[in-house]
Design a protein around this ligand. Structure first.
Ligand SMILES: [Zn+2]
Length: 318
C-alpha cells in the first residue's frame, strides 16, 4: 500500500467513527467522505450536529462529552472553570449544558494541550470572560503556523483572543471555588504541550490526550510526541492515581486506574513487538503487513486510529 492509500484509509475511519460517536446515527453527508478532506475539517463540521452529554462526577466537577476532547467543568462562586474548550460548532449546546450545571459565569479555561479539538473553543470562551491557562508550548503552537502531517492539515496562527493569557512551564496550583487544582506538565508525550489537571479535593484527574480510554491514541510527532513519551506519561498517570481516583481521558469514557494500567500494558506490548520487527530490518510497510497489533485491534482499534495507523505511529518512534 502506498502512503496515500494508507493515510486515506485511516482518514476515512476517522470520519466514520467521528460521525457515529458524535451523532449516534448514520446521517453522513456524502461530501464528508471526500478523500482529500482533512479530518480536522470534518470534525469541525460534524460538531454542528454533535450531541453533548453531561455527567456529574464528584463534588462540583462534571464532564461534557461530544465536542472534541472531553471537557471537565468545575462550578462555584468564583465562576466556572473548564478544562478544554471543545469545538465552536457545539457552542449553543455547550452553553446549554453549562447553564444546566449552575448559573455561574465562565471565568477560567485550562487547555490540556494545543490540539484543535481541545482549543478551537478558546476564542468564544475568552469573549465571554474566560482567562486561559496552558503550558507555554500550547501558546507557542497556537501563535504560529503549525503543520500536522498525519492530519494533512496546516493550522494558521490562532486569533489573538484564542491565545492562552497565562502560561507556565512545569507546575502550577490554582485555588478557586473552594477547590485546589494542580496543573502539571508531562515531558513530551502526545505532543510537547500536554498537562494534567488534578482536582485534589474531588480526587479527579484530567490526563489530556496521554490517555484514550479503550482506543489507540494519536501521537503527534510533528509537535514533539512519541510512543516512548506516551508510555512514560502513562506510567506517571498510573503512579499518581489510586483505586478511587476518577480519570478523565482526552477521548473515550471516564476511566479508572485499572483502565490506565490496561492502556499502559497495551502501549508497552505493541511498542516491543514493533521495535523487534524494526530491529530485524523490516521496513514500515513490512511491519504494517505483519499486523503486530492483531491481538489488540478488536479492543483498541475501533475509533479514530486503527491498527495499521497505530503501527505506523509506533514505528516512527522506535
Ligand atoms: Zn490531542
Amino acid at each position: 500500500m502506498t502512503t496515500n492509500q494508507t493515510s486515506w484509509v485511516s482518514r476515512r475511519r476517522f470520519l466514520t467513527s467521528g460521525i457515529i460517536v458524535t451523532t449516534g446515527v448514520c446521517l453522513m453527508p456524502r461530501r464528508l467522505f471526500a478523500a482529500e478532506e482533512s479530518p480536522v475539517i470534518t470534525i469541525r463540521n460534524a460538531a454542528a450536529t454533535a450531541k453533548i452529554t453531561v455527567t456529574k462526577l464528584r463534588g462540583n466537577v462534571s464532564v461534557l462529552q461530544g465536542s472534541g476532547g472531553n471537557i471537565a467543568v468545575l462550578t462555584g462562586q468564583n465562576g466556572k472553570l473548564l478544562v478544554d474548550a471543545g469545538i465552536p460548532g457545539t457552542r449553543a449546546r455547550i452553553t446549554e449544558a453549562l447553564a444546566g450545571l449552575s448559573n455561574d459565569p465562565v471565568r477560567h479555561l485550562i487547555n490540556t494541550h494545543w490540539h484543535f479539538d481541545h482549543t478551537d473553543g478558546n476564542e468564544w470562551l475568552h469573549s465571554i470572560g474566560a482567562e486561559i491557562t496552558a503550558h507555554e508550548n500550547t501558546r507557542k503552537h497556537l501563535s504560529t503556523t503549525t503543520r500536522v502531517e498525519d492530519w494533512n492539515f496546516t493550522f494558521p496562527p490562532a486569533p489573538a483572543g484564542a491565545l492562552p493569557t497565562k502560561v507556565f512551564d512545569n507546575e502550577q496550583t490554582v485555588k478557586l471555588n473552594s477547590a485546589t487544582l494542580t496543573l502539571k506538565y508531562y515531558a513530551p508525550a502526545h505532543t510537547d504541550s500536554d498537562i494534567s489537571v488534578y482536582f485534589t479535593d474531588a480526587d479527579i484527574i484530567h490526563v489530556a490526550d496521554t490517555f484514550w480510554n479503550g482506543h489507540y491514541p494519536f501521537i503527534d510527532y510533528s509537535t514533539g510526541g512519541s510512543i516512548d513519551g506516551m508510555i512514560h506519561a502513562t506510567e506517571a498517570n498510573v503512579s499518581r492515581v489510586n483505586d478511587k481516583t476518577i480519570v478523565i481521558p482526552g477521548h473515550g469514557p471516564i476511566g479508572d486506574k485499572a483502565q490506565l494500567i490496561e492502556f499502559r500494558d497495551m502501549l508497552t506490548a505493541v511498542r516491543e513487538k514493533i521495535a523487534t520487527l524494526k530491529k530485524q530490518g523490516k521496513s514500515r510497510d513490512e511491519v504494517v503487513a505483519a499486523k503486530p497489533t492483531a491481538n489488540y485491534d478488536a479492543k483498541w482499534g475501533g475509533f479514530v486510529i486503527n491498527g495499521d495507523f497505530f503501527t505506523r505511529l509506533v514505528y516512527a518512534g522506535v
